[in-house]
Design a protein around this ligand. Structure first.
Ligand code: NAD
Length: 277
């Protein structure tokens, strides 16, 4: 079994970006919009800020109170859309209940949508265009490529059908000629599906959802789940037992997670280059 080391690959990517950005002819800016006091969101935003500054980009943080009106938030994002110093815009989710997240994601200019959540970019991913794809799934594809794991013709089973992970990873792997199946909470007899997987992606948020009897020998596992069990962070896969059958597996933490921020920075550089064309 080989561990898919996302932490070291993410560091390698960030160092390469840092070098490229050091000779870029202008400062590249990534704006992060944070609403409210959600602790996890604050943690993610501070990690993103740290990584943005590490690679030499400017981190532009906008923090708003929980009770900001939807109208005011829209006008702030519109300002970022036209601000020439801003190459990428990220709206940290979740937003408070009184704000329609879909509406907000549509306001972000598709050209600066480095998170790949605007419907224009969602459609672009589905059509196989070179567009901004969501960072977590792109990071997973980079990991597979780094370890030279074949995708074409393989049976991929994706468990979890969210807009930010499950659906886009299914599209990206379909675009690479895999045979893709998507499972979700209403899927009957999950095991019947997961047993067919050459590559199994699990993005649900339930510790130990995938047990050793549910996978075949030699499977490649991408475990996206983040679950707190006691004071430990674990994925959705019963790592100890499943890793004995897998050929490759992502650890949690240190697998898929670290790749997300690296891909965000990569998308931001891509946006800057496009804007400078
Ligand atoms: P979500 O919560 O939006 O959706 C969960 C999906 O799992 C749904 O499609 C649901 O139908 C499915 N599901 C729920 N219970 C199931 C079951 N028993 N069997 C099969 N399917 C089931 O998911 P999300 O936002 O994609 O997040 C999933 C997990 O991935 C979470 O633990 C989250 O923290 C983690 N995550 C990690 C990263 C990262 O590492 N960078 C990024 C995003 C999400």
């Amino acid at each position: 079994m080989i561990l898919l080391n996302g932490k070291s690959l993410a560091n390698e990517i960030k160092d390469n970006l840092k070098e490229e950005i050091s000779s870029y002819h202008r400062k590249i800016g990534l704006a992060v919009v944070l609403v409210g006091e959600d602790q996890a969101s604050h943690l993610y935003v501070s990690m993103k800020k740290k990584a943005t500054e590490y690679v030499g980009m400017e981190s532009i943080s906008l923090q708003f109170p929980e009770d900001i009106s939807e109208e005011k938030l829209i006008s702030e994002i519109e300002k970022l859309n036209t601000n020439s110093k801003v190459d990428g815009i990220l709206v940290q989710l979740p937003l408070p209940n009184h704000i329609d997240s879909n509406k907000i994601l549509e306001i972000v200019s598709p050209e600066k949508d480095v998170d790949g959540f605007h419907p224009y970019n969602v459609g672009g991913v589905l059509s196989g265009l070179d567009t901004f794809a969501p960072c977590t799934p792109v990071g997973m594809v980079e990991l597979l490529d780094k370890y030279e794991i074949d995708i074409q013709g393989k049976n991929v089973v994706v468990v979890g059908a969210s807009n930010i992970v499950g659906k886009p990873i299914a599209s990206l792997l379909l675009n690479r000629n895999a045979t893709v199946e998507i499972c979700h909470i209403y899927t009957e007899n999950l095991k019947e599906h997961t047993l067919k997987a050459d590559i199994l992606v699990v993005a649900v948020g339930k510790a130990n959802l995938i047990t050793a009897d549910m996978v075949k020998e030699g499977v490649v596992i991408l475990d996206v789940g983040i679950n707190k069990v006691g004071n430990k962070i674990v994925g959705d896969v019963d790592f100890d037992a499943v890793s004995k059958k897998a050929s490759y597996i992502t650890p949690v933490p240190g697998g898929v997670g670290p790749m997300t921020i690296a891909m965000l920075l990569k998308n931001t550089l891509k946006s800057a280059k496009r804007r400078d064309r």
